[in-house]
Design a protein around this ligand. Structure first.
Ligand SMILES: C[S@@+](CC[C@H](N)C(=O)[O-])C[C@H]1O[C@@H](n2cnc3c(N)ncnc32)[C@H](O)[C@@H]1O
Length: 269
């Protein structure tokens, strides 16, 4: 299945596959959807909410969110959207194909009580523009949950990831796009190096690992990330991933200093 490291297809995970990369990702990804659901349930105090899950992947998270009310899941990838329709369609979920980089498409979606976007901000062409859309798409009293890596990923995740946004930069991004942080949640995950090697050497996977020269080029310009990565693989005991997740409430933009960063740059680091 294409995009196997991009998203999880839960029903394709072996029964005993919980130790492999997809299994680890599934546990991590469902945890953050459950956190989003619980925060929003508390925020809306049981009131039914109209929710959008933007970049919903294969749709299992949209199903988790449907406990809150009607949820539309949107993703760029036709295979993911078809999988979601086949496996996670219920009376409260619907799925559509769409591109979060397309301002006209985003505007056409309308307004929501909650905008949930997990593991997306690192993928879109312009993080600032995307967060501004989220802000404008919220109905009065609405809230957003976003989640993205809090550790370096640009050494292995290019071209899917366009940037890394470390914690302090995330706070700056929210301030400049009109949000205050109401709740936060941080996760660290270790992947067994043997799983990673199995995955990258297996014949039938489609891992989009960048060519070696790209890794080398990245580390030449970011030597501190090379040291960090070596530490994580050796003394750190595994290949480390980390995520940051936030419940955000819209507030007036107070910091109007030039906020624009070049699209697809790493300048949020
Ligand atoms: C890491 S997955 C996250 C899926 C899901 N939100 C989750 O947390 O399990 C990232 C998803 O973003 C989608 N995506 C990337 N760029 C997108 C864009 N511009 N518009 C819509 N979806 C996009 C990918 O197809 C992929 O399914």
């Amino acid at each position: 299945m294409a995009g196997i490291t991009e998203r999880v297809y839960p029903k394709e995970i072996d029964a005993d596959g919980i130790g492999n990369i997809q299994g680890v990702m599934y546990k991590v990804f469902t945890t953050r959807y459950s956190v989003a659901r619980d925060w929003l349930r508390e925020h809306f105090q049981g009131r039914k909410a109209r929710v959008i899950d933007i970049a919903c992947g294969s749709g299992y998270g949209t199903e988790i969110l449907s406990e809150l009310g009607n949820v539309v899941g949107v993703d760029l990838d036709p295979e993911a959207v078809n999988y979601a329709r086949k496996n996670y369609k219920n009376e409260r979920t619907s799925f559509m194909l769409g591109n979060a980089d397309d301002a006209g498409f985003l505007k056409s979606l309308g307004k929501f009580d909650a905008v949930v976007s997990l593991a997306t901000v690192e993928h879109v062409a312009d993080a600032y523009r995307f967060m501004r859309w989220i802000n404008r798409a919220l109905l009065p009293g609405g809230a957003s949950v976003v989640c993205f890596p809090s550790a370096v990923t640009m050494d292995w995740a290019i071209p899917h990831h366009k940037r890394d946004i470390l914690r302090s930069a995330a706070r700056r991004l929210f301030r400049k796009t009109g949000f205050e942080i109401k709740r936060d949640f941080y996760q660290n995950h270790k992947l067994d190096i043997r799983d990673l090697i199995n995955e990258t050497t297996s014949k039938d996977n489609e891992i989009p690992v960048p060519p070696l020269r790209q890794w080398v080029g990245y580390y030449l310009t970011h030597p501190h990330h090379f040291i960090l990565r070596v530490y994580e693989i050796t003394i750190g005991g595994g290949v480390l991933f980390a995520d940051q997740e936030y419940l955000l409430l819209p507030v007036p933009v107070v910091d109007s200093s030039p906020a624009r960063v070049s699209p697809a740059s790493k300048s949020y680091e």
